[in-house]
Design a protein around this ligand. Structure first.
Ligand code: NAD
Length: 317
């Protein structure tokens, strides 16, 4: 496993990290024991950054992750969770609720300290509230030694500078972007120099585009419109026709970018996590990658967005 600095946080994170949304049944109903074995396998293979949220399975992901981490030395991994989103369509970024939520997450995770705490999917929030109420409340917990670093997450890219440009340097130290740096969409890339200049650690999630670039395909709740679904399906089918694994290529592609500190991949299968760690040790088949990128070219950087109208990115469907 290789490790990279997460911005100026001082955290040296594994280039492939563990996304725990599947522990909350995001993609299928999981067996908790299998989920727990997956987390322990990830740690044994050198993954040291684990990401969850009270939103995933409406607290189930945090509960199962807490069980998986019970008895594991707290200083052997970095733990990230989130505040502000609590089940479908349920957002509350008030100082009171995020403080309560932080404490509830700690209880479920069996810890009193979170390494990276994110405001979860701020495109659904009034960004003035994030800047003037949510982050100051979390900064108090940070000053009290309960949080290491603060982050923000979102699907539309425009929410990142919208907040980062309005808070004192060092307030937010990481961003989590998802579905915007993968084989079919590299929209995050032009923003990387700006983020690096500000010393922001970049966490890239959903290397497979939340299932678009997997044999199983996207789950029913996936927000991508049909042309993107169809375009990704063509790439999956192309890989299958030449005996290649699209998920392997998708993970290799995302992890390869040196400007991205870590890439989160979600799974509740010990076998998949073993495969994923092995994939990043293997040399990339650049010839195959070029062919797959060519198949994806008609939909390259076509994207989807969501959130309050003022927080949405312009889209190419
Ligand atoms: P992902 O792109 O990592 O895809 C997960 C899918 O890929 C699952 O269906 C999983 O079974 C499958 N998969 C994983 N390894 C595989 C393998 N070897 N072979 C075949 N299929 C495989 O999407 P994700 O889980 O949504 O994203 C990763 C993590 O990032 C999440 O779990 C979450 O922690 C985080 N995330 C955060 C946000 C946010 O903060 N707003 C959004 C998206 C993701």
């Amino acid at each position: 496993m290789h490790y990279r600095q997460l911005g100026r946080t001082g955290l040296k994170v594994s280039v492939l990290s563990y996304g725990a949304s599947p522990l909350g049944n995001a993609f299928r109903t999981i067996d908790d024991g299998e989920g727990i074995r997956t987390v322990r396998t990830a740690l044994a293979l050198g993954i040291n950054f684990l990401d969850t949220s009270p939103h995933y399975g409406t607290t189930k992901s945090e509960t199962v992750l807490g069980r998986a981490l019970s008895g594991v030395p707290r200083d052997s991994y970095y733990l990230a969770t989130k505040v502000g989103q609590y089940g479908e369509g349920n957002f509350d970024f008030s100082a009171k609720r995020v403080t309560e939520s932080f404490n509830e997450s700690c209880q479920r995770l069996g810890t009193d300290y979170i390494d990276v705490l994110h405001c979860h999917d701020i495109e659904f929030a009034d960004l003035n509230q994030i800047v003037s109420e949510t982050l100051p409340a979390l900064a108090k917990l940070k000053a009290a030694g309960r949080i290491g670093h603060l982050g923000i997450t979102g699907l539309p890219l425009k929410v990142f500078p919208a907040v980062l440009d309005c808070v004192p340097s060092g307030t937010v130290e990481a961003i989590l972007s998802f579905c915007r740096y993968c084989l079919n969409d590299t929209g995050l890339e032009p923003m990387l120099p700006y983020l690096h200049e500000k010393g922001i650690g970049v966490i890239n999630a959903s290397a497979t585009g939340m299932g678009l670039l997997t044999e199983r395909g996207a789950p029913v709740w996936h927000p991508a419109p049909k042309p993107i679904m169809d375009g990704c399906r063509r790439a999956v089918e192309y890989c299958a026709s030449v005996g290649a694994d699209i998920t392997k290529l998708a993970i290799q592609f995302a992890v390869h970018h040196p400007g991205i500190a870590t890439t989160l991949v979600g799974t509740a299968s010990p076998e998949n996590i073993r495969k994923n760690v092995a994939y990043i040790e293997e040399p990339i088949d650049f010839e195959l990658m070029a062919k797959v990128l060519a198949v994806l070219k008609p939909i390259h950087n076509h994207n989807f967005t969501r959130g309050r109208p003022e927080n949405r990115d312009a889209i190419i469907p």
